[in-house]
Design a protein around this ligand. Structure first.
Ligand SMILES: NC(=O)c1ccc[n+]([C@@H]2O[C@H](COP(=O)([O-])OP(=O)(O)OC[C@H]3O[C@@H](n4cnc5c(N)ncnc54)[C@H](OP(=O)(O)O)[C@@H]3O)[C@@H](O)[C@H]2O)c1
Ligand SMILES: [Zn+2]
Ligand SMILES: [Zn+2]
Length: 335
């Protein structure tokens, strides 16, 4: 069959119509009719070839929600009509130590959906069914997509840093990822401080669940801390002066990176060493954690706040993401 998609045909290019043929589903594959697809900042990094591994035509979209229409002969856990979500990861070896520990996202053979094939800016998506996740009934299709990349990434980034409850958590950058991080941290019983460059986001932060909002204008540094945090999660796509942020961390606190700055980290050792602080970074999350995150989102009422666009307005939506004008996640919807 032929798939109709939107693709960037060169680095930094606008999205244009692009058609390609797909063969029937292989043994573990499923064909999904796309209902909606979130726009993650990683789609922009990939369109722009910021990370040096993009190939063109590049069909973005890795926060895909759709309905299964066809399955391969060995697929037993999904059937036609099921509603599923697909995130950043297309496949892994499923045999190595990382995969067997449930860390398929760390597998040396892991493949990104839009790195090695077309993504969800399309009418259909063919994908390995083992990386398609049933969406809980209580989560609407228009808001579910962003959980599959942004949601799992911040949930894992907070959990990896030791988030439980009763802690002080800081979130830097209140975009697609950050606004979901605020909700996960707050609804799981923590006190949340946000750091944002946007005045309007600081004003809205309380409605999202934040207890405190600190505005730090672009190029400026935050004021000296009045209290200490256990965990700071950075979701910003650029390098900042990290030392003033480290000073917000209590002893044994952790700075957890999920945003991908475009230059190397420049962090002196002493602010870490003297307070036994840690820094860590993590990509998305494994399959078990994705299922856990989806059920936590349903049970605790954690919902991305979305701006919905038709697929015909994809370029406009992309530009809004570039300009940091989206509040808080853009989603393309087929209906
Ligand atoms: N680790 C992973 O597996 C993973 C998964 C998904 C995405 N990511 C990465 O996470 C990052 C964020 O993605 P996203 O989709 O949340 O992006 P986004 O919606 O564009 O949000 C990023 C936010 O960072 C802040 N920001 C942007 N430019 C800034 C600057 N110059 N100085 C200070 N703050 C700035 C803004 O928040 P304020 O307006 O509040 O300041 C902005 O809303 C990207 O680098 C993306 O590639 C990583
Ligand atoms: Zn993403
Ligand atoms: Zn593996």
């Amino acid at each position: 069959m032929q798939i109709q998609a939107l693709a960037a045909k060169k680095a930094g290019g606008i999205l244009e119509e692009y058609r390609f043929d797909v063969a029937p589903p292989k043994v573990h594959d499923c064909l999904i009719k796309v209902l909606a697809c979130g726009i993650c900042h990683s789609d922009l990094h990939m369109i722009d070839n910021d990370w040096g591994f993009s190939s063109y035509p590049l069909v973005p979209g890795h926060e895909v929600i759709g309905e299964v229409v066809e399955i391969g002969p060995q697929v037993t856990h999904l059937k036609a009509g099921d509603r599923v979500g697909v995130g950043w990861q297309r496949s892994s070896c499923l045999q190595c130590r990382d995969c067997l520990r449930g860390n398929e996202n760390l597998c040396d053979a892991n493949q990104g959906l839009i790195v090695t094939g077309p993504g969800g800016f399309a009418n259909y998506l063919m994908v390995d069914s083992r990386f398609a996740f049933p969406i809980p009934k209580g989560i609407d299709s228009k808001v579910a997509g962003p959980l599959l990349c942004g949601g799992i990434t911040v949930y894992a980034g907070l959990r990896n840093a030791g988030m439980s409850s009763g802690q002080e958590i800081g979130i830097i950058g209140i975009g697609g990822l950050g606004h979901m991080a605020v909700q996960f941290a707050k609804k799981l019983g923590n006190r949340v401080t946000v750091f944002t460059t946007s005045e309007d986001k600081a004003e809205f932060a309380a409605q999202m669940g934040a207890d405190e909002a600190i505005v730090v204008k672009k190029g400026e540094i935050p004021p000296a801390p009045s209290s200490k945090l256990n965990i700071l999660l950075s979701t910003v796509p650029v390098a900042l002066d990290w030392v003033p942020y480290l000073n917000f961390l209590d002893s044994d606190g952790a700075l957890s990176f999920v945003g991908v700055p475009d230059e190397p980290l420049n962090i002196p050792l002493f602010p870490l060493l003297m307070k036994r602080r840690r820094i860590l970074a993590s990509p998305i999350g494994g399959r078990a954690l994705i299922n856990e995150m989806l059920s936590v989102a349903e049970r605790f009422g954690i919902e991305p706040i979305v701006e919905v666009f038709g697929f015909d307005r994809a370029n406009e939506a992309m530009q809004k993401v570039r300009d940091n004008q989206v509040r808080y996640r853009a989603v393309l919807s087929a209906s």
